[in-house]
Design a binder for this molecule. Sequence first.
Ligand code: ZN
Length: 295
Amino acid sequence: MLFHRCVYCGGALKPFRSEPLSCAYDEINLSAHLKSEKSPTLSSGKCISCQSIIANDFRMSDEVDILNAYTQAPSAYVSRDQDFQGNLPFYKTIEKLINPKAKPMTICDVGCNSGQFLRSLDESWDKFGVEPGSLALQLLEDQSINTHQGTLANSPFPKQSMDYITYFDVFEHLPNPKEEIEIAKSFLKQNGKLAILTGNSTSMTAKAAGPTWTYLSHVGHISVPSEKALTQALSLSGFTKIETLKLSHPYSRSFFDWLILLTLSKILGTPARIKFFNRRWTVPLFQDHMLVIAS
Ligand SMILES: [Zn+2]
């Protein structure tokens, strides 16, 4: 059964983007899994109410169970250690934002991949990591991090035990993000904080790129919220203090690159048609993410 409504607000989805599955899609690991499904196109709709961009195809069906694909994610999906030093300033910025007084805290990073963010924190933190991919978790052995392979919902970590729960580059992969917010809340201490870093469908640069925004060319990016959708979902789950910061993902390109590729996309049309020099061109990431901190 297909899901034709917004996973954030239940609003109707207006057709926004459609591309043949046979196109050279990013996240090869996932497309290999999904190519076995009998769907000729990947399509997304934009919610007429909250402007989130939500997959509107077989990826949302219960039978596909898209999250299960991450358990067998290959080595190409594991964060590369050579990127660690480059990503470090970003992690330090996040650490200051979520813990400005630098108190020793208990933290659980969900979808921690090879644990780069947790490893960037000093030993005063009590660290927990949740990750479905077994290859990524192998890199976390000997790192004094308590790990669980799977999801936070099925983790053995005690309820109401965490000062912080973080989700970086995770929410856009979730078929039911509102349920995940409830699960996170149940693992937080009473005054604990939830921090979510994800793409923002209503950022100026995402809106300018439209269907050619590279963020949407990842098979796994099935629910890209607007700022309004994510903050309302947090508010409905009982979070009362919600702060949103607009920022660039560490994998963003320069404004110059962004502008050139945006101009090309406007001239050449939809991403399926922007294929030259033997590669597929999309409008790169630039100032299109948000960090939402809620308590
Ligand atoms: Zn919506």
